[in-house]
Design a protein. Structure first.
Length: 408
C-alpha cells in the first residue's frame, strides 16, 4: 500500500482496518519515512501496529521500570513491550507531577517543564514505573526566515574558532539545478563538508559564467542593476557577476518584484545569482572578501539537496517573505491549521481525524499534505487522549494545535 496515493478520508478507514479496534496515530500526510505501509499484526500480538512518521515518537520499554528522557514540548508514546493489546485497553496511567510531564490514557507523555517525575502504568496485574527526565527544549537550527537546509554545524563552529587559520567557507553554485551549497573545510583542510544549501536563480539560457577560481571581491548593501532596478546585499564574485537579492524597483525593502521572486529555483536573471534576501544576506554577513566561489553544472543539486521555494501569493505586497526586517509584514506570520476541534468518539467506533483539517504556509499556500498528527487513541478504551496537529513550512516556521479526543 503506497500512502502517497491515499486521500485524507480513506487514510483513517484503511488504518482502522489494519489496526482493528485500536488506533495509534503518528501520521504524516504526504509520505512516510520509508514510503512503506504498516504491517498488520494478529489481535493477540504483544503490541498494536502503528503508522509512523519520520519523527516517530514511540519509546518501546521492557520490564517494570525504565528511564526515559524527553525535551520540553516534546511528545513520546510509551509502549510496554510485554503488554498485550487486551491489557493495554484496560491500562491506567498517571503522572507524579503533571507540571513536569503529563500522560494520557494511551500512554502519550508530554514534556512540560524541566525536572524529573514518575509515570505509573497499571497494565494487567503489573505496576510499571517510568522515571522521566524532562530536559530543556532543543533550540532550532533555523531562524524562521530562510528556506535553506543546514548541516554539520559542529564542524563549522570548530572552524569558526580557528578563523585565522583558513577561510571557513567555499561557495559552490550549481547552475543547472539553481542551487547554492556552502562548504567548510575538513580535517585535511579540504572544502568537503556541506553546511548550508540555498535556492537561487541563475542566468536565463545559462548566462551565468562557469568556473572554479572565482572569489568574493566586492560588497554593497544596495547596488544598482541593469534595467533600473536594485539588488540588496550584493556580493560580487567575478566582473559583473554578483550574488544579490531578487530585484527591487527602488533601494527600499518594500519594492520587491514579486513575480521575479516566484522564479527562484529556476533560471531568471541576466547572469547574476539571485537569492532569497535571507540567504544573500547570510553570504553578505558571513563570507568575507576572498571567499572562494565556483559555478558548475550537475544534475545532482548537491549533498544537502535543493530546498523548496516558497511562493508569494499576494503579488501586491512588495516584501521578500524571508527578509528579517521587523517592518516586513511577513515577519509575524506563521503557518496556520484550520478545522481542528475536540473530538468525542463512541467506544468501538472510528472517526476521520483529518476530515476538514487544512493548513497554509506563511504566504498562504496550501500545505495540508504536510500536516502531522501525533497521538495514541485506543478506540476500544474509554478515556481521554491528547492529539497534536502540527505543520512546518519551507521557511521552517511551525504551527501546533493540541486537541482532546474522548472515547465514551
Amino acid at each position: 500500500m503506497n500512502f502517497k496515493s491515499i486521500n485524507r478520508k480513506s487514510f483513517i478507514q484503511r488504518l482502522a482496518i489494519v489496526l482493528g479496534a485500536t488506533v495509534i496515530i503518528t501520521a504524516f500526510l504526504g509520505k512516510t519515512a520509508d514510503n512503506s505501509a504498516p504491517t498488520s499484526k494478529d489481535a493477540n500480538a504483544t503490541q498494536p501496529s502503528s503508522l509512523a512518521n519520520n519523527k516517530q515518537p514511540t519509546v518501546i520499554v521492557t520490564g517494570e521500570t525504565a528511564d526515559i528522557s524527553i525535551g520540553c514540548n516534546e511528545i513520546k508514546i510509551i509502549t510496554p513491550s510485554e503488554a498485550t493489546a487486551e491489557e493495554l485497553v484496560k491500562s491506567k496511567w498517571s503522572s507524579s507531577d503533571s507540571n513536569i510531564v503529563t500522560v494520557d490514557d494511551g500512554g502519550r507523555i508530554d514534556g512540560i517543564s524541566e525536572g524529573m517525575a514518575t509515570i505509573t502504568a497499571q497494565i494487567g496485574n503489573t505496576r510499571h514505573t517510568y522515571n522521566v527526565t524532562v530536559t530543556a527544549e532543543t533550540p532550532s537550527l533555523y531562524d524562521g526566515y530562510s528556506t535553506c537546509y543546514i548541516a554539520n554545524t559542529d564542524v563549522l563552529n570548530e572552524n569558526l574558532n580557528n578563523v585565522y587559520e583558513k577561510n571557513p567557507y567555499f561557495i559552490k553554485v550549481n547552475r543547472d539545478q539553481n542551487c547554492v551549497t556552502v562548504y567548510t573545510y575538513d580535517k585535511n583542510g579540504e572544502y568537503t563538508v556541506p553546511i548550508r544549501a540555498m535556492i537561487c536563480s541563475t542566468g536565463i539560457d545559462k548566462a551565468t559564467v562557469l568556473g572554479d577560481d572565482f572569489s568574493i571581491y566586492y560588497k554593497q548593501e544596495w547596488n544598482p542593476l541593469f534595467n533600473d532596478v536594485y539588488g540588496h546585499y550584493v556580493s560580487g564574485f567575478y566582473g559583473d557577476y554578483l550574488f544579490h537579492s531578487v530585484p527591487y524597483t527602488d533601494a527600499s525593502a518594500d519594492t520587491l518584484e514579486t513575480e521575479e521572486f516566484n522564479k527562484l529555483g529556476g533560471e531568471g536573471s541576466l547572469g547574476c545569482v539571485r537569492m532569497e534576501t535571507a540567504d544573500v544576506k547570510w553570504i553578505y554577513d558571513n563570507c568575507p572578501e576572498n571567499t572562494p566561489v565556483a559555478v558548475y553544472d550537475d544534475s545532482n543539486p548537491g549533498p544537502l539537496g535543493k530546498p523548496d521555494a516558497i511562493k508569494i501569493t499576494d503579488l501586491s505586497c512588495g516584501w521578500d517573505p524571508t527578509d528579517d526586517d521587523p517592518q516586513n509584514p511577513y515577519a509575524a506570520k506563521t503557518p496556520e491549521i484550520y478545522g481542528t476541534s475536540d473530538i468525542t468518539i463512541n467506544k468501538g467506533n472510528h472517526a476521520d481525524l483529518l476530515e476538514g483539517v487544512t493548513a497554509v504556509d506563511t504566504c498562504s499556500n496550501d500545505i495540508s499534505k504536510k500536516i502531522t498528527v501525533t497521538g495514541n487513541v485506543l478506540t476500544n478504551k474509554v478515556g481521554t487522549y491528547k492529539l497534536t496537529y502540527s505543520v512546518e513550512d519551507t521557511m521552517h516556521r511551525t504551527k501546533r494545535i493540541d486537541v482532546t479526543v474522548k472515547v465514551v
